[in-house]
Ligand binder design. Structure first.
Ligand code: PEP
Ligand code: MN
Length: 449
């Protein structure tokens, strides 16, 4: 039997339309948007309510210190790079990091990609000027193309549909890789051995040898269970484009409740988390687990008010705060937020995004980050939680599985001149494959101590 939503619930799902828009594209023809979204609303869901419920449960475990979250992927996915090779490399990187973190934390790792839908970006300006020509900014492949021409930069709502199809094909590959043998822990461990063969990573040798011994012990003991062979890799993206997110919101026939079926987990960005804004309103009405990014200007009052709106029943796993304070601020700003939440008896999963508070411009003009600074914010996040006796629930990182050169430093010492070698991101700089694994080893060492 299928349960229907009440008229009030259905009406509530449209309320965002009456609120002041933020970070939405200036679509040239609103009627065209209506046609696109009407079509999208008839497409099959990309994820299922039961999967989102399972993730909510896993995130509740992370809030309680019984699991650790790893959320990673591109700043902005692109249609051109949603190829089998690129997706496989990204999944492999996340799985390799997760294996190391599982050992370091002695906890299950909840794996989430910024993947299969991360196609829209908030921007600090609406327009961009180059050589006297002014055009709309690039807002992600779901909105416009990156080339600096009037045709490319004009927002095209049919791109929302392409974003749906690219998300579907990406998710299909994610499901195939994670349930079809590719994610076997024994295989993943072999890849990590390949990484450790590089002398640049000698400082992690003790930990790598420990993991190796643990794997050999399991093999000798004949350990063979499903969790060794398959993993859940959940999808997530910033819920930015309300026309798309609204069209993908459906009523679950088992419960009669609304779910956003574009991804398992949706987050609200630092720029769109206004309490009276449309993003908070729409997402407050769906059952998915949700994230909110909190930057260094966040106050405990802001955070509590967001929790009142997004998690009024204080349900564990429902709300994740992804803090991105910057390495220089995290030790000073985070304690106040965490202390208030603890004092008020609120449940939240605290996750550290060490990327977005640490963006700089290199002397040669690249938008980049220093690996050491990124790691410093992670350390600060753990220090704060350890000092307060609260739970550091996980990491949120921008990464790719490829050998790009976008972030400075790491044991392979990418320098300013080296950035030019393979700087490919269209928006923010990502850790490359090696830097991602190095971060996992660094954090695993810290967790183990
Ligand atoms: C992002 O995650 O790419 C992003 C824009 O982050 P924030 O909202 O934290 O600035
Ligand atoms: Mn980013």
């Amino acid at each position: 039997m299928s349960i229907e939503a009440s008229p009030e619930v259905l009406e509530g799902l449209q309320h965002w339309r009456s609120l002041p828009p933020r970070q939405q594209p200036a679509w040239p023809d609103p009627d065209e948007v209506t046609r696109v979204t009407a079509e999208l609303a008839g497409y099959p869901p990309l994820v299922f309510a039961g999967e989102a419920d399972k993730l909510r449960h896993n995130l509740a475990q992370a809030a309680a210190g019984e699991a650790f979250v790893l959320q990673g992927g591109d700043c902005a996915e692109t249609f051109a790079e949603s190829t089998a090779d690129r997706i496989r490399n990204k999944i492999r990187t996340i799985l390799q990091m997760a294996a190391v973190l599982t050992y370091g934390a002695s906890l299950p790792v909840v794996k989430m990609g910024r993947i299969a839908g991360q196609y829209a970006k908030p921007r600090s300006a609406d327009m961009e000027t180059r050589d006297g020509v002014t055009l709309p900014v690039y807002r992600g492949d779901a909105v416009n193309a990156h080339d600096f021409t009037p045709e490319s930069r004009t927002p095209d709502p049919w791109r929302l549909q392409q974003a749906y199809h690219r998300s579907a094909t990406t998710l299909n590959l994610v499901r195939a890789f994670t349930y079809g043998g590719f994610a076997d822990l024994r295989e993943v461990h072999q890849w990590n051995r390949g990484f450790m063969a590089n002398p640049a990573y000698a400082r992690y040798e003790v930990l790598a040898n420990e993991i190796d011994r643990a794997m050999r012990f399991m093999r000798a003991a004949g350990a063979d269970f499903d969790a060794l062979r398959t993993v859940d890799l959940f999808s997530s993206h910033e819920a930015l484009l309300l026309d798309y997110e609204s069209a993908m919101t459906r009523i679950d026939s088992r419960s009669g409740l609304p779910y956003n079926t574009s991804a398992h987990f949706l987050w609200i960005g630092e720029r769109t988390r206004q309490l009276d804004g449309p993003h908070v309103d729409l997402l407050s009405r769906v059952r998915n687990p949700l994230g909110v990014k909190l930057g260094p200007s966040s106050t405990a009052d802001d955070a509590l008010a967001l929790a009142d709106r997004l998690n009024p029943d204080n349900e564990p796993g429902r709300l994740t705060f992804i803090t991105r304070m910057g390495a220089g601020r995290v030790r000073e700003v985070l304690p106040g937020l965490v202390e208030r939440f603890t004092a008020e008896g609120r449940t939240v999963t605290w996750v550290c995004d060490p990327m977005h508070g640490n963006t700089i411009t290199s002397p040669s003009g690249y938008k980049t980050r220093e690996f050491a600074t990124v790691i410093d914010e992670v350390h600060g996040f753990f220090e704060v939680h350890h000092a307060l006796g609260t739970v550091p629930g996980g990491l949120h990182v921008e990464l790719t599985g490829d050998d790009v050169t976008e972030v400075l430093g790491g044991s392979e010492k990418v320098d300013d001149a080296g950035l030019a070698r393979r700087y490919e991101t269209l928006v923010d700089p990502r850790l490359n494959h090696q830097q991602s694994l190095e971060m996992a080893f660094d954090v695993a060492e810290m967790l183990r101590d």
